[in-house]
Design a protein around this ligand. Structure first.
Ligand SMILES: [Mg+2]
Length: 168
């Protein structure tokens, strides 16, 4: 099954990507939104301070990275997820690092992520559905938009993501 996800994160120097929040929406409509209590807001750059931090929920509802990982386990269950994100490179690193490293991804989790931006480019589509600005940079709102954009490409432009089980 497809899982559409988005991460908000901070880049803290070379090789450091610090998760702020993750939103995941499954193809069958289940969703989670989780914020980390392990990032340091004091290290946020102007963009994150302006566009991301104001959209976060109450501080007391934030979770440890371990708790976030367990909630993702609960969402996925025994499924072998097909991950999809938008400009996905850093998002997938954020997701994978919740489990330690690529080598420590759970059995059945693929070590690749489909990128809807790449798929849109391949199809020559530059009119993806509009996203209301107020939701942008909230990771759950972004994941919901991603799912909407995926079905737009699938239904209107014939996007087909292979369903074969990806070797893990
Ligand atoms: Mg986002």
């Amino acid at each position: 099954m497809l899982y559409f996800f988005d991460c908000e994160f901070m880049q803290c120097g070379s090789g450091m990507i610090d998760l702020i929040s993750i939103g995941i929406v499954s193809e069958d409509g289940r969703e989670i939104y989780l914020e980390s209590n392990e990032f340091d807001p004091a290290k946020a750059n102007v963009f994150v301070r302006t566009n991301v931090l104001p959209k976060l929920g109450p501080v007391e509802e934030r979770l440890s990275r371990k708790e976030i990982r367990n909630r993702i386990f609960q969402l996925i269950g025994t499924d072998s997820p097909t991950w999809m994100a938008y400009y996905s490179a850093y998002d997938f690193v954020c997701l994978a690092e919740l489990f330690g490293s690529f080598d420590q991804l759970p059995k059945g989790y693929p070590k690749l992520c489909w990128d809807l931006k790449c798929e849109a480019l391949k199809l020559g589509v530059d009119d993806l559905p509009h996203q209301a600005t107020k939701g942008e940079h909230n990771s759950l709102a972004d994941a919901k938009w991603l799912k909407e954009a995926y079905f737009y490409l699938k239904d209107k432009h014939g996007l087909a993501i292979p369903e074969q089980k990806i070797p893990v």
